[in-house]
Design a protein around this ligand. Sequence first.
Ligand SMILES: [Cu+2]
Length: 293
Amino acid sequence: MKRFLNAIAITTTLVLAQSCSLLPKSEGKPISNTTHQHEERSISESHHGGHSTSSTVHGEKKALTQAKLKVPSNITPNKSIPILIDVQDLEGKKITKFDTFQEQLMHLIIVSDDLQFFSHLHPTYKDNGQFQVEASFPKAGGYTFFSDYKPTGQSEQISVLKTQVPGITIAAPEIDIKRSKTFNDTQVNLALSEPTVKAGQEVTLMFKLQDATNNQPLTDLQPYLGEKGHLVILRQSSSLTAADYIHAHALNNTPTGQVHFMTSFPQAGKYKLWGQFNRNGKIITADFWINVV
Ligand SMILES: [Cu+2]
């Protein structure tokens, strides 16, 4: 814990002007978090080394916070290490009060930059604006952190943090666009409402979960973080930013063993999806690729 190095390459904070957790869930109308992100967020980026850029998507609010990542100066693959995240206002003053949303104070998504590795963690709030969690990284290469939190009285913020695990990087395997996969004893089929997914178009992603032993729809799905399921989507990119990140919420009223999400993809490209579901206390993470034209 003594040799922490400030290993931030880029800090990006985006403001979700309307927190997805505050959206009304009645009316039987599907909720697309993506739409809100793209209409209402603002992004401010500050690059390590003095250069800074700031862009506001629709001339609304500016990011109100920044996050700083502290990791050991030399990360060894597959070894658990402490990760510290300091949340500050834009002047560098600690932010010390946070609201719980989706049952946690902070949601942290870590991905390898090739999108092969995914982890969804809930750091513990220590004190003085600092969160802590243990994580391990499977291989050398770049990793991006999407830290999602809600300072008391403010909207949900997402800060993007980066670190590097030294060593020789292994080329990612070829993208596999299979629509049916088995994760331990659960078979997951992904069906799309559109035969071809076009950028900017709303699409419903339907996860059909079956017991792999008897091929029957799952009847033991429980809420996960207050919802039927969570879906994180990232666009394949040489440098991931907040604009590549989508967190969609499950729709209500779906058939047994099915979890549906509605979203839209901001631009053409290859996207990786990680659906997370709670099967009787065990979290299933089902990953798929989607090609958007
Ligand atoms: Cu979370």
